[in-house]
Ligand binder design. Structure first.
Ligand SMILES: Cc1ncc(COP(=O)(O)O)c(C=O)c1O
Length: 478
């Protein structure tokens, strides 16, 4: 190199764009986002083309070539946004819808640009205090008083993992006794719990799926009988898992009664409130979730009930010492960061370096205040009840009154095989694309479900779903 710089050295300022270059990039991304948001109403909730094959598949691949931002955005529109599910749409009523409020995206943007490190108090006291404030706010909301702790996670699955690892650690379950340990849950337990049990080495413990009552809630009598039987047989019951809003039907288990059983048999009591937890911001939710405050650990998903973009869960543990004991490690290279007085997120979870997730949640809550979120959730409860009533009136079978905002239903017509019929309904709605619902199996039959949680779902979307369902029924009834 004649000028004294190597070829690669001449590249080392490229990633620090000039102000003009930054503004240009930002303007393009901003224009694209604005176009996306302003045309959402005319976009489909689902495009049945997940296996779209095109010659430009190679564009996904990374190599030495440079690409313009215009080409990148065009590709993003075509190959990402124009395929599959559109979770930003108010027509998304499948699974458990996530949110995606714009102000949270701006919080993420700010967090990423300033790149604050929210893992250790010493490194970023302000960021950790902000995350602590969110944990504090949520813990108070569910009724924890003091001595609790928590962590912002990437989602409900990681939050369940942290809670269950804490339970295992506190209960002293290890290689010597894991086979005799018994865990109680129901068939409505989310599969992230099973995954977590596998990851934390509880795969060989005995898992009892307790039967359900007609409302799809864990049966208290069956649970008690099973614990007594297991104890008599020399097994060691140690963990009880309840639903604070199940995924399939949104059912809330009898939390108060379950806490008494957990106390009587000395079980760690975990409530998965990933879907339902933030309904505590509503009067109905508070009533349904009575007893949540008695759990040893609770998880909630702000990317569900607080309408955040995907990537935000929360675990809360009633006694922070248990959470800490299960996760704190020391290392020489971390010695400067050790403070006796202040816990860091890294002391309370498996993560060290982590995304500063708090800002995306803190910013919208500060901008709009908590009441707005409660009002939105109240609207979802109202819409679910409205859908429930309307479905009955147009002749669909609804399996149970919604506890929160999930409605499960089937079309049943004499002479038609139920699963075939309901698959037809599901496919019809999927192919129309304006509304997206999903299905499950309840009572051994294919069952349709509408989960109303997107902040963009309003009465118009529910009326459109009803219109489609009426149309199908009219077509088939003849
Ligand atoms: C009740 C329940 N628990 C846990 C999870 C897992 O959460 P995540 O998808 O955020 O990992 C879900 C997801 O829908 C859920 O509904």
């Amino acid at each position: 190199m004649t000028d004294g710089t190597s070829g690669s050295e001449s590249n080392v300022y490229v990633l620090e764009e000039s102000t003009g270059e930054r503004q240009l990039l930002f303007e393009k991304i901003n224009n694209f986002s604005e176009h996306f948001l302003s045309t959402l109403n005319s976009q489909k909730a689902f495009q049945n083309n997940t296996h779209k094959d095109k010659e430009d598949d190679l564009f996904f691949l990374i190599d030495e070539n440079k690409t313009t931002i215009d080409q990148i955005l065009e590709f993003y529109q075509d190959r990402v946004l124009n395929t599959g599910l559109n979770p930003a749409s108010g027509g998304h009523l499948g699974y458990i819808p996530g949110g995606g409020i714009y102000s949270a995206a701006l919080g993420d943007y700010l967090a990423a640009v300033t790149n604050r490190y929210a893992g250790i108090f010493y490194a970023s006291p302000g960021a950790v205090r902000m995350e602590d404030a969110l944990i504090d706010w949520t813990a108070k909301l569910i009724g924890y008083k003091e001595g609790y702790g928590g962590n912002l996670t990437s989602g409900g699955s990681m939050a369940n993992l942290i809670a269950l690892h804490t339970a295992k650690h506190h209960k002293g379950v290890d290689n010597t006794n894991v086979d005799k340990g018994v865990i109680y849950c129901s068939s409505q337990t989310h599969h992230s719990i099973q995954k977590a049990l596998k990851v934390i080495g509880l795969e060989t413990s005995i898992v009892r799926e307790i039967s359900l009552d007609p409302q799809f809630k864990i049966s208290l009598d069956a649970l008690k009988l099973q614990i007594e039987k297991d104890t008599e047989e020399g097994l060691v019951p140690f963990l009880l898992i309840a639903n604070g809003g199940s995924t399939d039907v949104g059912a809330v288990d009898p939390l108060l009664e379950l806490s008494s059983i957990a106390k009587e048999f000395d079980l760690w009591y975990h409530v998965d409130a990933a879907y339902g937890g933030y309904f505590m911001l509503t009067a109905l939710g508070k009533d349904k979730l009575k007893g949540l405050e008695l759990a040893d650990s609770v998880i909630l998903d702000p990317h569900k009930g607080l309408f955040m973009p995907y990537g935000l869960g929360m675990v809360l543990v009633k006694n922070v010492k248990h959470l800490m004991a299960a996760h704190t490690y020391k290392a020489n290279y971390m010695r400067d960061a050790m403070t006796e007085s202040q816990l860091s997120p890294a002391d309370l979870s498996p993560e060290l370096s982590k995304h500063f997730r708090g800002l995306r949640m803190w910013l919208p809550l500060k901008l709009y205040g908590e009441q707005v979120f409660g009002d939105y959730l109240d609207e979802k409860l109202y819409l679910a009840y409205y859908l429930y009533q309307q479905l009955i009136s147009i002749g669909y079978k609804v399996l149970c009154e919604p506890d929160l905002s999930v409605v499960v239903f089937r079309l049943e017509i004499k002479g038609h095989e139920s699963d075939v019929l309901n698959k037809f309904v599901l496919d019809y709605i999927k192919n129309d694309g304006r509304i997206f619902i999903s299905s499950t199996i309840l009572d051994n039959k294919l069952t349709l479900r509408a989960a109303i949680l997107s902040f963009r779902t309003h009465k118009e979307e529910i009326d459109l779903l009803l219109l489609l369902l009426k149309r199908i029924k009219a077509h088939l009834d003849i």
